[in-house]
Write a new protein. Structure first.
Lengths: 281, 455
């Protein structure tokens, strides 16, 4: 049942991404395909997105009830919560302002994560007691939600670069007309980072507190000896740099968008980073 | 009754003819009155814009004969001899008239394909006619349908989207950079007509702050006054570049006045804030290599023209979709029209059957006085159901025939039913009542018809 619910949620996310994406291209006036109710097509996305979120809540809940473990005890659960986080963050944003282009990107990332999670559905669940610790769960949850916001910031930055390129090349038909204004994309990216940074800070702090509690004597050595943790700090510094430059100095424009693109690459590298503390069985 | 359109437009008549027959809004009530004085005219709406003058009328009798009467009325009202305009007139009857108005309200017949202004003009024409009590149920229905179709095409196709002129193109591009134009400021360099027009478009789109710089300060002040902006000394324009978001350049300078090296320090001050440069001067005012700078978007007059042309091409593609919507909605309206003609007969038939039922029941009540109220209720229900079943099929067939495009067949069936059930006088009475109380919306009337038709 858990895998069925997750597959259904995955289908919802894929269809949402497809409907948002299709509305961009079908609506383009110089698209070779005549527009066939593209506005309605993009409106299909929202109910599907909410359905996917609900299905995922059910799937994650059922997984926890069946295994009596936190979702972060397995790679499936962690990836599933990551995808769910992206979907929730985007849904909240979409309620405020419709940005189908961003939705297509964000939901595509969520779908990939969920697909990877499904492929690891049968992978073993960790027996380590530390995972049952609420502090650890909160630490992971804060970091995953900050990741979701960084994905949104990345999407907005990527669209900014696309829109900037189209403007520079004077390709102002088709896709150009369906992309949000540069200002909107810049502001969306900035707000996403503004919300993500406190969450990332909280996540990292909670991780440090956990290490301190578990082994106070070797806390610093353990913490700084972990490549994963060091990379998290690097990501944190990078986003702090973006935030300070954008907020305090008022800098905008394409260079800052590259910081956000690079930022997500750093965050994603955490997943493949060799680590002694952050690993699944 | 026939729907008849008599009119001329930019397609059929030169400006010299159009201006002689055009009507200002305050003249419309008088003109409508003059039209209604014509013997055959039952309803009338006049659509008069700078590109067209069209009379939509509901005529009784042969429309061919009434056309000359309409031409005479036009000639008399405008004091223009018929010979001067009659060759430019076009006439459309019934289905063609419906289709034409739906195309007009959608902007498909406009000089600038897809322009949305016409929808407001169609609405205005109907309003004036309603106020003058010249529009009856038929023209009300037709114009409501035209407005619905126009709005539908605006929302379901890209016909009304994109730039229609260089000014529109500039606004369109500005909107893809700045999400809130009210927070953007504009600097106009030079006192050209085109730059003023472009700035006007931007002002109308929400830009609140405009600065004007020109070598002759007085000219700058004049333009600034017209735009509700502020004139600045020409020498100070480099400073203003760091404060504004959009620059419209159209000076008569033989060399570029905005150069890369001039902009570099300004861009540092701007800290990555986008700068949108519109160069509509020939020779160009802004050096072309400025466009390669980061966060600077430079569009010259050719770029803007190509934006307009590209979007005009796109609109032509969208027009195909719009035409299919017009065809669909024309058919919908004609169906309503046909059903509307059958409604009095259907109502008369139902009334006749109900009357028979009531008469027979009252006789039965006297004969079977011993029956209880509950038993009478059962008899009432049974007879009502019987009656409904009896009329159901003829009504459905009649309606189907009326929705059929074959006009001849429908009138035969209608006459046959009237003849068979002796409904001629009843139907005429109902027709009179229906015409008097008919609602204006085709959709509403269709609902009413459904209520009548469904036994």
């Amino acid at each position: 049942m858990i895998s069925t619910l997750t597959v259904l949620a995955l289908l919802c996310y894929i269809l949402t991404a497809a409907s948002y994406g299709a509305s961009l291209f079908l609506h383009a006036p110089d698209s070779p395909v005549l527009p066939s109710q593209p506005e309605r097509l993009s409106k299909l996305g929202r109910p599907l997105l909410f359905l996917g979120i609900v299905l995922q809540i059910a799937a994650i809940g059922a997984w926890c009830a069946t295994t009596h473990r936190s979702p972060f005890a397995a790679e499936f659960g962690t990836l599933s919560v990551s995808a769910w986080g992206i979907a929730i963050v985007f849904a909240l944003m979409d309620l405020r302002r419709r940005l189908p282009a961003l939705g297509a990107l964000a939901l595509a990332v969520a779908s990939l994560l969920l697909l990877r999670g499904l492929l690891l559905f049968r992978a073993p669940v960790t027996e380590a007691q530390i995972i049952a610790n609420r502090l650890v769960s909160l630490h992971v949850l804060a970091i995953l939600f900050s990741f979701a916001l960084f994905v949104i910031a990345f999407g907005a930055a990527l669209l900014y670069l696309v829109q900037n390129h189209l403007l520079k090349q004077r390709q102002v038909g088709g896709l150009f007309r369906r992309l949000p204004p540069l200002d909107t994309l810049d502001r969306t990216a900035f707000h996403s980072v503004a919300y993500a940074l406190p969450l990332l800070t909280l996540g990292i702090t909670l991780g440090f507190v956990q290490v301190m509690t578990a082994s106070p004597k070797f806390a610093l050595a353990t913490w700084f000896g972990d490549a994963h943790t060091l990379m998290s700090l690097a990501a944190w510094l990078l986003y702090i740099f973006y935030f300070v430059v954008r907020l305090a100095s008022g800098w905008r424009g394409i260079r800052l968008q590259y910081v956000l693109i690079f930022g997500l690459a750093v965050v994603l590298s955490l997943y493949i980073m060799p680590t002694s503390m952050h690993r699944f069985p | 009754m026939h729907l008849v359109l008599t009119g001329l437009s930019h397609h059929s008549a030169p400006i010299e003819v159009r201006e002689r027959l055009s009507l200002a809004e305050h003249q419309l009530p008088q003109a409508l009155e003059a039209l209604r004085a014509c013997r055959a005219v039952r309803e009338a709406v006049i659509l008069s814009t700078c590109n067209r003058m069209e009379l939509y009328t509901v005529l009784e009798g042969d429309p061919a004969q009434s056309k000359s009467e309409l031409c005479r009325a036009l000639s008399k009202f405008h004091h223009v001899p018929e010979s001067e305009f009659v060759s430019h007139l076009y006439f459309h009857t019934d289905a063609d008239c419906v289709r034409h108005l739906l195309r007009v309200s959608s902007g498909l017949d406009s000089l600038v394909l897809g322009e949305a202004q016409i929808l407001g003009q169609v609405r205005g024409a109907l309003r004036v006619s309603q106020q003058s009590e010249a529009a009856g149920s038929l023209l009300n229905g037709l114009f409501q349908q035209a407005l619905t179709t126009g709005k539908r095409i605006q929302s379901e196709t890209g016909l009304g989207r994109g730039a229609f002129s260089v000014g529109h193109a500039a606004v369109d591009l500005a909107r893809s950079i700045f999400d809130d134009l009210s927070r953007a400021s504009v600097l106009i360099l030079g006192a050209g007509k085109m730059s003023e027009l472009t700035a006007k478009h931007l002002r109308q789109s929400g830009v609140e702050f405009v600065m004007v710089a020109n070598r002759t300060y007085e000219k700058a002040a004049l333009i600034a006054e017209r735009l509700g902006g502020q004139a600045i000394q020409y020498e100070t324009f480099p400073d203003a570049l760091s404060r504004c978001d959009i620059v419209i350049a159209s000076t008569a300078s033989p060399h570029p006045i905005v150069r890369r090296e001039m902009l570099l320090p300004i861009l540092r001050k701007r800290r990555g804030k986008p700068l949108f440069l519109i160069d509509i001067a020939v020779p160009r005012d802004i050096a072309p290599d400025v466009g390669t700078l980061e966060n600077v978007f430079l569009f010259n007059i050719d770029d803007l023209q190509s934006v307009v042309e590209e979007q005009s091409r796109s609109r032509k593609t969208e027009a195909q979709l719009a035409e299919s919507i017009v065809t669909e909605d024309t058919e919908r309206f004609l169906n309503w029209l046909r059903t509307r003609e059958a409604t009095p007969v259907i109502e008369a038939m139902q009334t006749r059957f109900e009357q028979i039922r009531q008469d027979d029941l009252s006789i039965l009540r006297q004969k079977l006085a011993h029956l209880s109220e509950k038993e009478w209720q059962a008899i009432e229900a049974a007879t009502r159901a019987m009656m409904k079943k009896a009329v159901r099929e003829p009504i459905l067939r009649l309606k189907r025939e009326h929705e059929n495009q074959n006009g001849q067949a429908q009138y035969d069936l209608l006459s046959a039913i009237q003849e068979l059930f002796a409904l001629t006088s009843d139907a005429s009475e109902t027709q009179a009542n229906t015409s008097a109380s008919e609602t204006t919306q085709p959709e509403i009337s269709q609902t009413a018809d459904r209520e009548v038709v469904t036994p």
